[in-house]
Design a protein around this ligand. Structure first.
Ligand SMILES: *Cc1c(COP(=O)(O)O)cnc(C)c1O
Length: 367
């Protein structure tokens, strides 16, 4: 079977060039006679791999010198606990904006350790928009947002003003999809399996002064940023192979114009797709204009009857898969379909999806 276009929300498609490079080096990495999977993380062959990945993150994201770049495990979800444990040590209180599943989970986890104020929410309309919060003030150790909402398909087009309060953002599903000013944040994190690598590594970018000498009492050693910052992400065995693939993905991003190049590529794909959805009488996007994600695009058909809509969605997903367009089922909370079009999804993939959707609409329109 040939390659398909994979619209999965994560783990998601990787650039084909990267997969080929990994395959070519699989049995003998640079004359070591070993696969990268088999190298000791302390070996002289492995050291340049993690150093290269860090240097690329710093270069591509313009990370200022007073920030650490950490390669951790436990996924984005472990950050939901690490952030309050390490940053919540002052007033023991944080502000969260609730924009859907991932922000909600982060707030719920933080509540186990510190006080949480949900200062804004878009739950009133099923999270189809990003609430406008001009300013966050008061006695908070940090303010937390989820910059791109993978499930709801929404994305911040602005940043709330937080003054001296460090702004923390989950960028799991939008990292390096467009330029981002790291200096506006105290901490950024991303599970890599959406836009950077296979699953297994979580990238954390943290300002030096936020690395607590003493996290909240009882914090496990592995959940202290200081543990990993002091050891250069080598306190224990890091996810070696995933970091190696991430380095290759970052090199691919650099060859393709860096964050600016990705933005151009992603904006073109997203604009094409939203324009098609908005102009179609058969489908509609669920996220509101002004809050729309460039990466994850949920959509429904205009079938009003719930049972018929459900059957139509199932038909769509299975016929799309048969046409080589896979993983288009929507998240159960939003329903319908979702196309995740991360950095690695080529424009041709989006064009193929639209061509399929036109055909499907023509065959299934009533009357
Ligand atoms: C996928 C995702 C997560 C969870 O990541 P895991 O690595 O599975 O823990 C968190 N936040 C966002 C925005 C995500 O898309």
């Amino acid at each position: 079977m040939g390659r398909v276009y994979n619209f999965s929300a994560g783990p998601s498609c990787l650039p084909e060039d990267v997969l080929k490079e990994c395959a070519a080096e699989m049995l003998d990495y640079k004359g070591t006679g070993q696969s990268v999977m088999e190298l000791s993380h302390r070996s002289s062959a492995y050291k340049p791999i993690i150093e290269n990945a860090e240097a690329l993150v710093r270069r591509l994201m313009n990370v200022p010198d007073n920030y650490k770049v950490l390669f951790l495990q436990g996924g984005g979800s472990t950050q939901f606990a690490m952030i309050p444990l390490n940053l919540g040590t002052g007033c023991k209180k944080a502000a969260y904006i609730n924009t859907g599943v991932w922000a909600k989970k982060a707030a719920a986890e933080a509540k186990k350790f510190i006080g949480v104020d949900v200062v804004a929410s878009s739950e009133d309309r099923g999270f189809c928009y990003i609430p406008r919060v001009e300013k966050i003030e008061g006695g908070y150790d940090y303010a937390y947002i989820c910059l791109n909402n993978t499930i709801m398909g929404t994305r911040y087009e602005y940043l709330p003003e937080t003054g001296p309060i460090p702004l923390v953002a989950d960028i799991s599903s939008c990292i390096l999809s467009e330029p981002l000013d790291v200096s506006k944040f105290g901490l950024l994190f991303a599970g890599a399996q959406k836009n950077l690598a296979p699953a297994g590594v979580t990238l954390v970018i943290i300002r030096d002064d936020l690395i607590a000498d003493a996290p909240l009492p009882g914090t496990p050693t592995m959940l202290s940023y200081k543990t990993h910052a002091d050891a250069g992400s080598m306190y224990n065995t890091p996810p070696c192979y995933t970091i190696y693939v991430m380095g290759k993905v970052l090199e691919w991003i650099e060859r393709n114009g860096g964050a600016e190049g990705m933005k151009k590529r992603n904006a073109e794909k997203a604009e094409l797709f939203y324009t098609y959805l908005d102009g179609s009488g058969f489908y509609r996007a669920t996220a509101e204009k002004g809050s729309r994600s460039l990466m994850n695009i949920p959509f429904l058909t205009n079938e009003a009857d719930a049972e018929k809509a459900d059957a139509l969605n199932k038909k769509f997903v299975s016929e799309a898969a048969a046409a080589g367009l896979v993983n288009l089922a929507g998240h159960r909370l939003v329903g319908g379909m979702r196309a995740s079009i991360y950095n690695a999804m080529p424009l041709d993939g989006v064009k193929a999806l639209i061509a399929f959707m036109e055909r499907f609409a023509a065959e299934n329109a009533r009357g």
